[in-house]
Design a protein around this ligand. Structure first.
Ligand code: 1HN
Length: 356
């Protein structure tokens, strides 16, 4: 951009008066805002942040004695990005929260146009029901609630369960296409046995006459046991990505596309002692630590922050912020999600490795 000399005060005065006049016609001068609109690279209100589970677990459990899941509808502590307080966002386009469901509770059935993912952080054996089918959830499971499907949750185990919710709420808000309604009863009727969707669509097979009607994966629980086993088998090939270790993306088996249309989901293995190379991408990413411990260096040089993490911690890296993952004393496994499929569908997504 070429430098220009500042205009004369009288010219500035004339311009201000002009802006005032045209404002009455619902008009505004682009030239005053252009350089803030079309910027050379992403500059986000979203800040890097980490939530240590050990530091917040008590607060999550305390919510369990202050309000029931039924009264709250969903008893969730929002993971608020500190750069966007009060906006219920973890990144500019996505929402995340930690949901608690106590033994014996039911979170009543409803549906909405926002798509949701659940990533199980603590507990075993609670369920979610989606469109007439229940799935029992275990730590590390990735569970999908597709847009406009009835869903309710319950906990028939004897321990609390906590999962991370990820939803495309800010994205849907931007597009003004939020619709929602409550089911007339707390729990929806079930029409298929537990495990049906995984057997039908998640075994490298599809029903012979399967037709793709919606973009969301027909598999709605991707059990951690299977994902972990895939990573463990793949590691024997010793083909490590310098930035990501071993990284897989969850896909819709009927289309080969991302499992959810608006949210990309990933699982990666960093072997013990892994020291990742610098990486950045245009999709702000939320990480949940499934196993192990390590740290992520966020940013460059003096401005770099070090996020030390261990099992059950959550951290977020904003768009285009360089970062490097390290696994210290053990193998580490990271789940992550972002708005990558949206950016890719629109031809916007970028990434860069190393010092670029
Ligand atoms: C929702 O429906 C759930 O179904 C969780 O568990 C979190 C946050 C905002 C709007 C709807 C759920 C939510 C939500």
């Amino acid at each position: 951009m070429n430098q220009q000399t500042a205009p004369d005060p009288s010219v500035l005065q004339q311009r201000r008066a002009y802006y005032e006049r045209i404002g009455r016609h619902k008009l505004a001068p682009l030239w005053e805002v252009l350089h803030g609109l079309v910027i050379p690279e992403p500059k986000s209100a979203c800040q890097p942040a980490i939530w240590h589970y050990a530091a917040i677990r008590d607060a999550i459990m305390e919510a369990g004695s202050l309000i029931t899941a039924k009264e709250a509808e969903r008893r969730v502590l929002v993971l608020e990005n500190p750069g966007m307080p009060g906006q219920s966002k973890i990144t500019t386009a996505l929402y995340a929260g930690l949901q608690l469901i106590m033994p014996g509770e039911v979170a009543p059935s409803h549906r909405h146009t926002q798509s949701a993912l659940r990533f199980v952080v603590e507990g075993s054996g609670a369920y979610t029901a989606v469109d007439g089918e229940k799935t029992l959830m275990e730590e590390g499971d990735f569970v999908i609630t597709p847009s406009w499907t009835w869903h309710d949750h319950g906990n028939e185990s004897d321990r609390p369960m906590v999962w991370m919710d990820g939803l495309d709420i800010p994205l849907v808000q931007t597009l003004d296409c939020s619709f929602a309604e409550k089911y007339p009863e707390d729990s929806q009727p079930l029409s298929r046995p537990v495990g049906d969707a995984l057997a039908r669509y998640g075994s490298g097979l599809l029903p012979v006459d399967h037709e793709v009607r919606t973009p969301t994966s027909p598999v709605f629980n991707y059990p951690y046991r299977r994902t972990r086993e895939a990573l463990e088998t793949m590691r024997r090939a010793e083909e490590w990505d310098p930035c990501h270790g071993l990284k897989l993306q969850y896909v819709n088996p009927a289309t080969g596309q991302s499992a959810m249309p608006t949210i990309g989901t990933f699982m990666q293995l960093l072997p013990r002692g892994f020291s990742g190379e610098r990486y950045r991408c245009s999709d702000a990413t939320v990480f949940s630590v499934v196993e192990g411990e390590g740290y992520t260096l966020v940013g460059d040089g003096d401005a770099a922050q070090r996020f030390d993490w261990s099992k059950r911690d959550t951290f977020v890296i904003p768009s285009w912020v360089p970062h490097r993952h390290h696994a210290t004393n053990s193998d580490a496994v990271l789940f992550s999600f972002s708005d990558r499929p949206v950016q890719k569908a629109l031809g916007l997504w970028r990434e860069s490795r190393g010092n670029r």
